[in-house]
Write a protein that binds this ligand. Sequence first.
Ligand SMILES: O=C(O)C(=O)CO
Length: 366
Amino acid sequence: MMRRVHFARRVTKLWAPVEAPGLLKVTNLQRSACHLPPKKVMAEEKPWALFSEVGGEGYLEGVIGIMKQHFQLICHKDFLMNPLEYGPKIQALFVWNCHPSAEPSLLTSLPSLKVVANGGVGIDHLDVSYINSLGVKVTNTPGVVSAATADMAMGLLLASARKIVEGHLISIDPKTTYLPSSLMGVEVSGSTLGIIGMGNIGYKIAQRGKGFDMRILYHNRTRRCLEDEEAVGAIYCKNMDDLLKESDFVVLAVNLSPETKHLIGHRELALMKDTATLVNISRGLVVDQEALLNALRSGVIQAAALDVTYPEPLPRDHPLLSLPNVLLTPHAGTNTNTTVRKMVQLMVENAVAVVKGSQVPNEVKL
Ligand SMILES: O=C(O)C(=O)CO
């Protein structure tokens, strides 16, 4: 009996703090020392998050795993089955720059929401002031997207210049005979690369261009420091027109804003060389698409390689889809295993920080 009382006391002593908030918690190591079952980390202890995603299940597994380490996660389609039950619990909303996104109808059904954590750097698909007016913070993932997006820019540039997709199609079609003249490309090495927008992504494109011995021109709101320019051999063009006139490849790497909407229109395309290629990895709306169509049809410029359009995806009957001098990818600039994981990791870090009220790594401030 004595022994039992003694044991019970020991146990009470060890158990008590767990049930008493604010006091020291008992670790599972201490529990196993006195033969208690390990304390289960109850699912309810994690905050709820909604993942606004419609992508394929396989791809999502890794992504969801990262989110589930810190949140009780519900995907959009499950949320829609019972919005009244889940809505009041959700504290974090994870979004990409595709739909379904942070629409007002969704936001107003989430009264406990604290953060919209965006995957990607561009937040033009979010109405940040409206979201902030609901007392909700917006975060994004700058930095981690830059290398993959710059790779995509170079990939599009090379594929368009060297007709890589056409070459593939010829190679796999037994009925086609390869005539070198039908795949005549544009020399990339030694050509002039004009980069519009010299933030993180633009600068990484310049680094890659340097590796191809390209002459690099850039236009940006603010000039880079001399050290940055010299490291990649980039020449600043205060006037964007000079860049457009001289470049063999014009790459767009600006954020979409009211100032950059339709930055490239009839006038700008007309300034470009008729042998030039336009590469866009920023946002479709940076280019006046009607003007681009005309320029491509009438030979004002030679080609376009676009990771972004408007809308996305383009309707099946859109004329851009049938032009032979257009190369399209489906807004896939960041879509590598490594970068998607880094983005999701950062989305989660941002959301956890907001929910906990600690320093937020990447809050979007207007
Ligand atoms: O980082 C961004 O803004 C993207 O477009 C990623 O897809």
